[in-house]
Ligand binder design. Structure first.
Ligand code: FES
Length: 116
């Protein structure tokens, strides 16, 4: 009487074990196939000149510095969050707070003695 019960229990355990192994295998396959996909294609540029294939600029430093008073600076955005892009508007601070990042602008300073 007890033997059929043991056989059924063994079969049931085997079914459970095979199901669990199949489940783990499926999860491992899904993880393997999608590993890194959460970040792989995420753009760093959320909104600036998205109609262009590549955002690339040439900067004439002499012309730019003519707009900057001696002793002052111009800050260029490197976080891609500025509403005044390519200039920094301080948006990197909120980005850094919300993400734990540490980005900031490139600051170009015009010397006080520079009168060109
Ligand atoms: Fe982008 Fe400041 S807003 S570096």
């Amino acid at each position: 009487m007890s033997k059929p019960f043991r056989d059924d229990s063994l079969k049931q355990n085997i079914v459970y074990a095979v199901s669990a192994a199949a489940g783990v295998g499926l999860l491992a396959y899904i993880f393997y196939k999608h590993r890194g996909s959460c970040c792989k294609g995420r753009p760093i540029n959320p909104s600036i000149r998205k109609d262009e294939k590549k955002v690339s600029d040439v900067l004439d430093l002499e012309e730019l510095m003519k707009t900057v008073p001696p002793g002052e600076k111009v800050s260029l955005c490197r976080c891609w969050k500025s509403k005044k892009w390519p200039y920094c508007d301080g948006a990197h601070k909120e980005h850094n707070q919300s993400t734990g990042d540490n980005v900031g602008p490139v600051n170009i300073v015009r010397k006080k003695a520079d009168t060109s």
